[in-house]
Design a protein around this ligand. Structure first.
Ligand SMILES: C[S@@+](CC[C@H](N)C(=O)[O-])C[C@H]1O[C@@H](n2cnc3c(N)ncnc32)[C@H](O)[C@@H]1O
Length: 235
């Protein structure tokens, strides 16, 4: 008996919905339409496919905060990019983070995130494949992005906006499905941004658990601090 035969009908349906979302080629209208219809069943589907990305991303945020960020955890500001129904926010809140904002392309997914009660703001109709014009530069201590840099969703260029809204010395934490990292220019994008001095790769957990059928890489980037202009003063 193969794995597919062992899946229950609801599990198979959940996998089919996930697969359908990967085939949308970043088309905002079609993605918004798909997630509008999926919002109410999304959390249950994710349990069925063994989705553990949100817990890993939140725990990485906790480790980064403890290791590198001064001050209390409850004063750390976080942007959850592509927050969906709020699975990452719920995990962050469980770990003691309190100042969490989120956005998503889908208004219906963002409404579910608002209903969790863990976000200060969760904004719908925000497209990470474009400029995040409602978000100022250098704002958040941590920016997290889970399940969004994935096939058919957001192009690797989206990493630029994630870095832009994060403050100097802050961190961007993102998951990439293995198939996304393997078939897109994501790793070239990372190298390019490192060369430009836009971010520094601090850690990568390769081949971590993600969903039952596929692993993911989990990336931790630091946004470099501002370099002071040279002065004429000599010691
Ligand atoms: C697989 S879900 C992950 C949601 C959440 N981060 C989580 O881990 O549970 C992908 C989410 O990305 C959102 N999304 C897809 N394309 C997007 C885009 N271009 N900009 C912002 N969000 C997008 C979808 O609406 C959906 O809520």
């Amino acid at each position: 008996m193969n794995t597919r035969d062992q899946q229950t009908v609801p599990e198979q349906a959940a996998r089919e919905r996930m697969k359908a979302s990967h085939a949308l080629d970043g088309d905002a209208t079609r993605l918004a339409h798909l997630y509008r219809g999926w919002a109410s069943a999304f959390d249950l589907d994710q349990r069925r496919v063994g989705y553990c990305g949100p817990m890993i991303v939140a725990e990485l945020a906790g480790a980064v905060q403890t290791a590198y960020l001064a001050g209390q955890r409850n004063a750390v500001t976080i942007l959850d990019a592509g927050c969906g129904t709020g699975l990452v926010g719920v995990e962050l809140e469980r770990l003691g983070f309190k100042l969490i904002d989120g956005f998503d392309l889908s208004e219906e997914m963002a409404e579910k995130a608002r209903q969790t009660g863990v976000y200060r703001h969760a904004q719908g109709n925000v497209d990470l494949n474009g400029r995040l014009s409602n978000y100022s530069s250098a704002t958040y201590d941590l920016t997290v992005c889970c399940g969004v840099l994935t096939l058919g969703h957001v192009r690797p260029d989206g990493l630029h906006e994630l870095a832009r809204v994060t403050r100097p010395n802050g961190f961007v934490i993102a998951s990439t499905r293995k198939s996304y990292a393997d078939t897109t220019y994501f790793e070239d994008q990372v190298r390019h941004m490192q060369d430009e001095g836009v971010l520094i790769l601090a850690q990568c957990l390769r081949d971590g658990r993600y969903v039952a059928e596929e692993d993911a890489h989990y990336w931790v980037f630091q946004v470099p601090g501002k370099i002071s202009p040279p002065t004429d003063e000599r010691p």
